[in-house]
Each structure stands twice: as C-alpha cells, then as structure tokens.
Design a protein. Structure first.
Length: 426
C-alpha cells in the first residue's frame, strides 16, 4: 500500500492479551523511571564523562525525561510537568558545567533537543529563548568544521535534527542550512552517486568505509535532507546522489535482507542485522520519507520493498539479542508501527505485534533494569549484559515504545531517531 496522503490519528496496535501485558509492563517501567536513574558506564569511566552520560539523551536524564513528558501529555496524575522539568533541569545543569561534545545522543545538543521537544510547542517563539545561544554555538562549530563525524548519533546529521526541532526560528534555519552545506562538502563520489565516509578510527572489523544505516550511515542524512526539503531548504542534487548510491548497494532478491551494513573495501558481505540503527527497517523509513518529500514514487516503492523484506525475515537470522530501541526488538516495533501508521498495510501491523511479543518475552523480572538487560558486544569473548535505564539501549526507550503501542499518543520523540519529522503545517 502507498503511504496515506494525510496523516491518520495515532492508534494503539497492541490488543487483547498482548495489549494488557504491554500496558502492565509499561506501568512497571514508568514507576521505576519516575526519577532519573544513573547511566550505565564501565567502572573505569572518568567522573566527568560519567556525569555527562548521566545527563545525555542516549543514556541519561534527558532521554528519561522524554518518557515523563509523553506520560504527562496523557493527562494522568503522574508524572506531572514539574517532574519533567526536574529531570530536564538536571540535564541542563550538567550541560552548563561539564565539557560536552555537540553530539545529539551523547552531548549537549541532545539535551537541548530534549528541552525543546518536551515543551510540546515546537518552534514557538518565546521571550528570552533559552536555546538561542545553542543555535549560534552549533552554527559557529559547523562553520569552523569542528564536527569530525557526519552521522546522526555523534555528528553533523544529529545537529540537523536539533535544528529541525527548533524551526521556524531564523537561528535554527541558519543552523540547518549550515548542516546541509557541511553534508554536501563531506559527501564523496562512489561508483554511482555520493556517500559519506566513516572515520577510520570508528570502523570495526568487517565494516567498510561507507555505512548505510540511520544511526551512523547514509540513511540518516537522507532522512534529514527529506525533512529539510519540506521546510523549503533544498539539497535535491545531494539527495538524488545519496539515494542513487544507496540503491546501488541492494542485495540480490533471494538474500534475507535488502541492504548490507556498509560498503567499500573491508565490508562484510551479506545483509545487515534487523535493527533501527542499521539495516532494512531504518533504511526503508528514510527512502519512504525522501520519496514522499520530493514526490518520487520509485523511492517509496524501494522503501516498501525493504520494509516487506524485513517483515518476512526469520527471527533466527535477524541478529536481535535484546529488547532495546537501538539494535533490539523495540526499535523494530517502533519502525513497523510507523510503517503501519503510514500505509495501513496489514503485514506491518502483524510484524509490529510479533516483535512486540519478543520485547515482552525478553523481560526477566530478576535482572537488568526492571527485568530488561541490554546486550553490549565486546571486542573479544561473550557480550556484556547490563542494566540500562536509557533511551537508546535501555528501559526508557522500551517504555516509550510500549506507550506508542498501547495508547493513542503519537511517539513524536522518534524524530530524534529520524523515524518521523515535524512538517511545517504541524
């Protein structure tokens, strides 16, 4: 099914026993996260770095505050707006006193994004705008080419997500224009089109120089460029080139996945794991967003083909180990509920429910953060299983995913994941 031309109201997707179990688990997590929990970090982590993690969007108070903010929007007695503000104040104070990078998920940019998003009135001008200086700091950093990474999690694309949340403010628009200029400058010609290179120091074994996923690769800038287009900020040639290069990496039709993790010398063959961060679900959403933004039906069809391939992929080949948003079952739930919301396609509803059941099955009441443990791969040996309360790997992200599945409240927080974007007429 083609995406709907107009957005339908957000509807819960978990029904009957599955819905009751999801709602009960959400209640447990919401109570446990009513006050921010410290981020998980190795014992060797320096104190300042640990404090920065405690405040961050990915791991700490800023991400956990998004859960409180969305619960408060339901109009329940708890949490209150004051609870949300206390969590954000903790993150804001850390950003003011600690040396932090401009990363969206690990730095001050993500804290600022959470503050803006939790207001619930995106882009609304206000006297004494507390984030105006952040806009200018980021714009200067872009002008000085101070951001080493291009990606969503740590780099230029993540700054663009912050700027999108702040539109239509002139300072945010200027920042977004600079973001796109830097992405244009960083894009490198490949066999067909252009892609963005991962710094060598960030590459792991089996990883080529050009990542394709949302979190660290080409699908992130593609989704950002699509969102910027809706606001009249053009980069059509760059968008065309990036999608041409991405589609050139499609795997044979008999492969279990549509796209690999990365391409170029050293890239492991075969499909990426099934995840938001890399692989077909996130790439599918980026292609569909781009096709809708510029009116390119062929891109939408490519996105839907990738989504259908992901929907029919067997659990055993998925590579999913935990329930997290980043690389686990919750991220798959969120992507497929978005796909069902866009298209109404029954396959995507069924896939959402299948992976939601997998999320709930991951819970072990005697371990982790309220029963959920996050899998952290190690350079050698078995992975580490940790108790993580954060947005990307932990309980806050799982709770937000359960909230979207069980209540008629759109998960607008997934704009930070580039699974959705605010339009100018929203």
């Amino acid at each position: 099914s083609a995406p709907r031309s107009r957005a339908a109201p957000w509807r819960p997707i978990a029904e009957n026993g599955l819905g009751a179990q999801a709602a009960a688990t959400l209640d447990v997590l919401a109570r446990a996260l009513a006050h921010p929990r410290r981020a998980w970090a190795p014992e060797s982590t320096p104190p300042e770095r640990r404090a920065a993690l405690d405040a961050s969007l990915a791991d700490g108070a800023a991400g956990q505050a998004l859960l409180l903010a969305h619960l408060a929007r339901l109009g329940l007695d708890s949490p209150t707006v004051a609870d949300v503000e206390r969590s954000l104040d903790r993150a804001r104070a850390a950003a003011a006193r600690l040396p932090m990078t401009p990363a969206l998920f690990g730095g001050f940019t993500g804290i600022a994004w959470a503050i803006e998003h939790a207001r619930g009135r995106p882009g609304e001008p206000s006297a004494g705008d507390p984030l105006h200086d952040i806009d200018e700091v980021l714009t200067r950093a872009l002008e000085a080419e101070a951001l080493r990474h291009f990606d969503l999690v740590s780099g230029i694309t993540g700054v663009g997500v912050y700027a999108l949340e702040r539109l239509p403010r002139p300072s945010a628009r200027e920042c977004l224009v600079r973001v796109i200029a830097r992405l244009e400058a960083r894009a490198e010609p490949v066999a067909r089109g252009r892609l963005w290179r991962t710094p060598a120091a960030s590459m792991t074994r089996g990883h080529g120089p050009f990542d394709l996923g949302v979190a660290h690769g080409a699908a992130g800038p593609i989704a950002l460029l699509a969102a910027a287009h809706a606001w009249g900020i053009e980069a059509r040639v760059l968008l065309d080139d990036a999608i041409r290069a991405l589609l050139d990496q499609r795997l044979p039709s008999d492969a279990v996945g549509r796209f690999p993790t990365s391409t170029g010398p050293g890239a492991a063959p075969g499909p990426a794991r099934l995840a938001w961060c890399s692989g077909d679900p996130g790439i599918a959403m980026a292609l569909i967003a781009a096709g809708r933004a510029v009116g390119a039906p062929s891109w939408i069809e490519e996105g839907l083909a990738a989504a259908r391939a992901a929907a029919t992929r067997a659990d055993a080949s998925s590579g999913v180990r935990d329930a997290s948003v980043c690389h686990g079952a919750a991220g798959i739930v969120l992507a497929f509920q978005r796909l069902h919301h866009l298209t109404g396609e029954p396959l995507f509803a069924a896939t959402t429910r299948r992976w939601l059941a997998r999320v709930l099955a991951q819970r072990r009441p005697d371990g982790g953060c309220e029963g959920f443990s996050a899998c952290v791969p190690q350079d050698a040996g078995d992975p580490l299983w940790i108790a993580d309360a954060g947005l990307l790997r932990g309980a806050a992200g799982i709770a937000l995913t359960l909230l979207a599945a069980t209540r008629p409240l759109e998960p607008t927080w997934d704009r930070a994941l580039l699974l959705s974007a605010r339009s100018p007429d929203a």
